[in-house]
Design a protein around this ligand. Sequence first.
Ligand code: RIB
Length: 312
Amino acid sequence: MTPTVLVVGAVNVDMVVTAPTLPSAGETVVGRSVARHGGGKGANAAVAASRAGAAVTYIGAVGDDDLGRSALAELNASGVLTDNVETIARCPTGVALIVVDENGENQIAVGGGANNELSAEHVHSAVSAKLPDIDCLLVSTEIPDRAVAVAVELAIAAGVQCVLNPAPVTPIVHQLLGSGAVLTPNSGELATLTAASPAGADQGIEQSAVRARALASRSRAPVVTTLGSEGALLVTATGDAERLPPVPTTVRDTTGAGDTFNGVLAARLARGVDLREAVTDANAAAALSVAMTGARAGMPTDWEIHSARAGL
Ligand code: RIB
């Protein structure tokens, strides 16, 4: 049976400028190239899960405009079902303005548009209709808090595995900490969730392990922290910690690496593999994804993930 994943989150159109450096406040940098890509953390993760072999349905919102229609067409072309996407009248589809520098680091400003109007009522009816056929639900937080809460609560009540990607950290993430969802912060989000200063995110793996253990003991669920070039950190609900080392890669653009991680994690959990194995595949997939420019271009297929792991 093909594993099934339901993704609830944002869809954007990304306008990406590749420049020598990221601009500071008030500075203009002139880039070498500009390109349009599919984006949004929810839609990106849906594509990653589909490439990794899952049957994926995406739930979100677009405006009644050309950007929205082409965003959905791109998702369909990647094998993602979009029959439960809400169309918001008189509202633009979400757009992200992204600058990527020579080291592959990025700076992103999102105009949420229709994502900000995704209604909890729509999510309730769409998730309820799909849940009986779903192996794993993945939710990210670039959408209204009420929509996030409804999706997570429905999945948990139905006994369906749930992954909550707190990107960005919003008030609802704190309220859902006891829900049983697997949390997947990056190190900055982990610092925010544990009330450390986000600047403290750079204090190293040991510090992240301390924070992730504290978070897991509050949430009584696993916490999987993405550490960028340091790999990933898995902390179980009982506080056992293991770091999965980074997979060697060429870094061209880190945009969407976290989304790739989350999509592949959900696809593997849907397949029924254990959490450590799922995190190992997600870590390899995220490393492969940064070798191409654009959030989705480098997302690996199932076969590419297997090959990367075989080569380790
Ligand atoms: O995680 C990367 C994504 O964040 C981009 O695709 C952009 O649209 C923003 O949502």
